[in-house]
Each structure stands twice: as C-alpha cells, then as structure tokens.
Design a protein around this ligand. Sequence first.
Ligand code: GLN
Length: 455
Amino acid sequence: RAHLDRIAAVDGDVHAFLHVNEGALAAAADIDARRAAGEQLGPIAGVPLAIKDVLVTTDQPTTSGSRILEGYRSPYDATVVARSRAAGLVPLGKTNMDEFAMGSSTEHSAYGPTRNPWDLDRIPGGSGGGSAAAVAAFEAPLALGSDTGGSIRQPAHVTGTVGVKPTYGGVSRYGAIALASSLDQVGPVTRTVLDAGLLHDVIGGHDPQDSTSLTDAWPSFADAAREGARGDVLKGLKVGVIRELPDSGFDPGVAASFRASLALLEAHGAELVEIGAPHFEYGVAAYYLVLPAEASSNLAKFDSVRFGLRITPDGTPTVEDVMSATRDAGFGDEVKRRIILGTYALSAGYYDAYYGSAQKVRTLIQQDFATAFADVDVIATPTAPTTAFKLGEQLDDPLQMYLNDFTTIPANLAGVPGISIPSGLSDDDGLPVGIQFLAPAREDARLYRVGAALE
Ligand code: GLN
C-alpha cells in the first residue's frame, strides 16, 4: 500500500511505470495467506517488485516500450517473473524503457520519457530508466532490468542505485523479449548490494527453457554481499585499472569520484594494478554491428500477424502491404535505424566485412579480459562517462547516445558479469555517479563481495 501510495504521489512526474498492477494488494494478501498456512517462504517474500516491460507477464500487459505491442498480453510468464512469484515477491507494475531496449535515456519509449527523480529535467539512463527511477524514487524497493550493452548499469549510475549484469547464461532469458540474444542478460536494480543479491538468488540458476542457460550450481549472492559487508575482503584484492581509460572523455566530476573510490579501495588494503585492454576502444563499433544484426532478425517476428498491432491499408492490400504499414506505424525511428543497419551488415557481400569483422573484435575483447583476469581479481571503471544529461540533449545525435555505453559494452561482448554501485555525487553538478566492477565469467559472487565492502 505504501508503495502504491508513493507511485500515486510521484509517478505523474517521474513516469517510471507504464502499468501499475491493480492486483498487487490481492497478491500481497495471498502471500500473507500462504505464510499463515505455514508455507516456508523465502527471505524477500511479500516485497514489491517492479518489472521492466521487456519481460512478459500474464497478469499485466507487455509492450517493450513499443507501439507495435500495444495491448499485447502474454500467455506465459518470463522465467524470472515466475520465479519471483514463487518466492512470494509481489509484482508492482511494468516499468518504462527505450523501445525494445534500444537507447541510453528512456527517451525512445513510444509512451513518453521517464524522468530522473534527482532532477526531473534529466534522463534516468536507459534503456531501463523506468526500473532505476522507480527504485531511486522509492516507488519500488526492487526492480528487474535487462542489460544488453549497459541498460541496467548505466541507469543505476545516473540514479544512484545498484545494478547488476550477471554472467551471460546465469539468469534465464526465457520470456525476455530479445534485443540481441548473444548479449542480453536479465538482472536486479536495487538500492543496496544485499538487496540485489537477494533478488539475484531468486531469479538466477539453470533454466531448461533457455538454451544458453548455464547448468552451474551458483553460490548465494546474498551471502556474498553479507560477507563483503562484514569481512576484510578488500585486503589484498587486486583491482585492475585500465591504462587506456583515464583520458577517454569522462566528465571531471565522474573522473574525480572514480579516483576517490580507488583511493578508498587502496586505503582498505586493495592493490591497484594497471592493466591493458587495447581492444576496448573498438567495443562500441563492434557492438553496433553485432547488436543490429541480431536485433533485425529478432524483430522480424513483429509481422502484424503474430503479435500486437495490425494496420490494414485501404483497398485490397497484400500481406506485404499490411506488414509494411504495421511496421512503419509500430516501430520508432531508432528501431528502424537499427533494423536497416542490421540487415545491411548481414547482407550478401558485406557480411564478412562488417559482421565478420565485428565478431573478430569481439574475440579480441574476450582475450583482453582473459589476459587481464590472469593478473587481477576484478576490473574497476567509472560506469559511464557523464552524469545524467538533460532530456533532449542527445536525442538528435545517435552516435553521442551510443558512446554513453563505451565502458559497459565490453562486458556484454565478453559475457562477463558487472555491477554498478553508487560512488557518491559529482563535484560538478551534485548528481549521482557510479563505479563499475567487472569479474571473470561465473564469478558474480566476487562482485557482490567487493560491492558490499565498498558500499
Ligand atoms: N544503450 C545501449 C543500446 O542502445 C544498451 C541497450 C541495452 O543494454 N539494452 O543498445
């Protein structure tokens, strides 16, 4: 009730939610009944959960921020949603996002932008700006996001929240509307590292419905966070700092906050080790070939027949006429831009030059990580180059928008886990700044330990 009241009070300004679950109170009462009947529920049973609208839900509509899915209702729940319900979490609503998770500001949502609760004239990051803003504005204590190139971590950075992109395959993608299947991961957005660990424990682990799901037995990430908060985990920890990064265009306030965090790590016994990551600078270029290629294929299913919107032109239109009228009206400009880029990159005669080269760069970035992690336990970077920018500031400049993710994208290309935790407020403008830690694949627990220790 308190969270619904908070949503009623502030969401007219923030617009974090596309849909508020009218069944939330009944679902909460049901948890009480299950508990009263003696059912052993997990540690976060009864806690409300905001769900990024990229995740399909049976009890609420799912649009992925797109007009083409307006009114769509899924016949099944995404695995992460089903697991959340089973653990007694209460679905609070569906959060706003850039259309099909393409963007870094939530301004590409077909349903209007979300605003940053720290300053309503500024963006909350993207694509999962709704989830991060909901958590930052105390409309929800926990949220789910998806991260293909930074969409959990960059919104966390600009809203002063915690965001985790798990190891690729660590959390099921079943029922997460695919943007780029080889990059997408679902993860938590919360106010503390422990909260993120508690939610990750609920949603993570093998799912036979996702062919890329890892079969590993995972440790408790909540326990890892508790260990970090209590113990001396920073002592002797080798923290890699990328040699190529410091002069690559960070806001002075972001750079200063990062240096202060590094000093804090050192003061607590961590050892800073300079590492090379010579191919990171090609990450954005490779990503914007791999992602559109996969997205153009994934979005082919929105054909006016199988899902959502259908626009039938006058006269005696052919199937193709209906399909193009629907896709023309249903997709926004950024989605169309990426479909065109993707189909071009995959077309005969260009495939090797573009997609093939991007895949090679992807391998080189994976090798950069492998070399670095032979010497260090984690890598630290600022999560993103700037604090929250003003709405409209980058909307007409796609390249500038794409560059927001140059520190987050390498983790997706290599499949390694990353966390963004708040590192304070910028001296420039008083807005939140985040620090990102990256670990080797399958070592997500390390991020919870380090994050909770520094928090
Ligand atoms: N901002 C990036 C993009 O536009 C990342 C998106 C994401 O992680 N879903 O592709």
